[in-house]
Design a binder for this molecule. Sequence first.
Ligand code: TPP
Ligand code: MG
Length: 665
Amino acid sequence: MANSPKQDKMANAIRFLSIDAIEKAKSGHPGLPMGAADIATVLFSRFLSYDPKKPDWPNRDRFVLSAGHGSMLLYALLYLTGYEDITLQQIKDFRQLGAKTAGHPEYGAAGGIETTTGPLGQGLANAVGMALGERLMNARFGDLISHYTYALAGDGCLMEGLSQEAVALAGHLCLSRLIVFWDDNNITIDGAVSLADNSDQAARFAACGWNVLRVDGHDQDEIAAAIEQAKQAGKPSLIACKTTIGFGAPNKAGTSAAHGAPLGAGEAAAARKALGWAEPPFLVPQDILDNWRLAGLNAAKARVEWDKKFAALDIDTRAEFERLMRGDLPPGFAEAMSAYKQKLCEEAPGCATRQSSQQVLEVVNALVPEIIGGSADLTGSNNTKTASMRDISAGDYSGSYLHYGIREHAMAAVMNGLALYGGFIPYGGTFLCFSDYARPAMRLSSLMKLRVIYVMTHDSIGLGEDGPTHQPVEHLAALRAMPGHLLFRPADAVETAECWELALQSRHGPATLALTRQNVPALRKDYEADNICALGAYELQTAGDEARVTLFASGSEVALIVEARAILEQEGIPTRVVSVPCFELFDKQPQSYKQALIGSSPVKIAVEAAVKQGWERFIGADGIFIGMEGFGASGAIEALYKHFGITAAAVAAAARAALPAEDEA
Ligand SMILES: Cc1ncc(C[n+]2csc(CCOP(=O)(O)OP(=O)(O)O)c2C)c(N)n1
Ligand SMILES: [Mg+2]
C-alpha cells in the first residue's frame, strides 16, 4: 500500500531538515534519517507515548536511536513534535560547538534524548536495560508504570558483538515490551553489508527467543501493522524494515555515498525534485508542521491521564516513587552506614575486601530498595548477592538480582539503561581483569554521568594461581584514566564500607570498587564519624619523629607498607603511611591538603601490585615505585609477591638505600 500524501510529507519534513542541517554543517550522516524517516513518522505520530512539554514523564515510552550517527533523525523529530530544547535554530546549529544538536545524540543535552549513542550497539543494549527497568518498576508499582521501549538499530549495531549479548539477555528475560526496528538497508560505510557479513539476522533473533517481523520500511501502514503485532507477541520483537539508505537522493540512494557525508548542493536539489519538496532550506510548510505538532499533542494525552492516576495514589507511595525518581537515598542510610562502621571498628575483621563488600551490601540492600545487583556469572566470587536478594527472571520481575550470564559488556550497557531509566541503582560484578570486556559501556557510564557501580574483584596478582590471564596489571591505571569515573581500591573492611558509601552517594557518576580475593588485616580500628576515604588519600599512620620516609599504597598493599613502616621505625627511620583509596577524589582536594599529605620527606615510595602510571602525583618524577612492570604469573600468592619483589622487606630496603647519606646514621 502506498503512503498517503500526508504521511509522505511528514516523513519528507524529517528528510529535508536532515539534509539541510547536514549541508549547512558540512558534515553528518544523511543516509539514515532519509532511509528511516517513514519508520520514525509512524512511531512518533501513531504509537509513541511522550510529552514534548514534559520529556521526563516517568511512564513515557522510550525511544532509543541506537544508530547514533543518524542523530538528525532524532533532532528533526524533537523539533517537529514540539520539544522546547530543539528549536529550528538548534537544527541550523547542528554539530556546532555548544549546540544541543551535537554530532551524535548526547544524553542531558536536550529533553527527548534518552541516551548517548554513537558507539554502535550500545543504544540497543541500553534499550534492553530500559525495557527491563519498565518491568521492574511495573512489578513494584503495578500499572502505574506500563509502557513500551523502542529502539532503532542499524546493520552496524547488529554486527557488533554487544548486540548478541544484549539480544540473548532480552530474549531470556522475555522483555515483551521491547520493540526493535532494524534499518535493514544492506549498506555500511565500506559498502554492501555482504562485504563482511552474511548472517541471517532474523534467524539469529528468533533463536534468541524473539518475535521477528519483516516489512517494507517505506510503507507506513505496513510498519504500523507490524508494531501492532509486535505489541501482542509476548516476547521482544525485531521488526526488520527493508529500507533504502538515502531514500530520495536520485544518485546516492542505496549506496554508501549516502551514509556519512553531506549530499552536496546538486544532489540535495535533485532530492527536492524527486520527492516534490519545493521549500527552501529549513522551511517546513505550516500544514505539515501543524500535523507534526498535533502528533506531539496527541502523544501527550496519556501523560495527563497518568498524572491523575498518580495523584490518586496514597501519599506514601507517591513520596517513595518521587524519591526513587529524584535518586535520593532512603532516609536512615547515613545513620545505618555509620552504625555499621562503628561495628566494624570494634570487630576489626581481617577478611578479603570482596567479603567485606558483601557484608556492606547486606546492610545496604536491606535498606535501599532501588538497588539492582548482579554479576556476569561470578556471583560466588564477586560476593555480589546478599541474603535478601531474589533472582529476576522471565515473568517475575519482583526480584533485585540479575544473573547477567557471561556477558560483561551487556551487563555494563544494561546497567546504563537501568540508571537512565531512573529509580534504580545498579551494580554488577566481574573480575577486574575483565573490566576490559565492559569498558566501552563503562566509558559511557562516565560520559553520561550515571550512577552505575562496578564490583571488580580479584584485583591483582593477589588472586594467585589463575595466573596472568586473570591478573589485572594495567586496569587500575586504565580506569583511573577515565574521566569522571571513581576508582576505589579499599584497604580493609572499614575502607570498603566508606568506599561503598561514596559510590552510592555519587549521584552523577559511576564508580568501580577494586576488591581483593585474598584476606587483608583490619587497619582502621578507631571509629571516625567522617568518611575518611572521601579525601581520596589520607595519613593512616604518622611518623615517630619528623618523617624521613613516606610510604603510599592502595588496597591490599596498604598492609604491606604498614609492615614496612614498622621495620623502618624500629631502625630509627621515622616513616609515615598514606592510604590511597581513590586518586580521583584526592585530585579534587584543595592544593593545601594535597601538599601537606604528600609532605616533604626526602624519600617517597608508592606500592601497588600493578603498573606505576599515575603514582607520580604522590612520589614525583624521581620517587620510588614498587609494583609490576609486566604481566603476572601463575602461583601461590606468597610466592608471587616475593617473585615480583613486592614485600615489606623490599620496601624497607628501598627506603634505606634511598635515604641521603647523613640520614643513615
Ligand atoms: C563501535 C563503533 N564502531 C565503528 C563506528 C563507526 N561507524 C559509524 S556508522 C558505521 C557504519 C554503520 O552502518 P549501519 O549501521 O548500517 O548504518 P548506515 O550506513 O546504514 O546508516 C560505522 C562503522 C561506530 N560509530 N561505533
Ligand atoms: Mg546500514
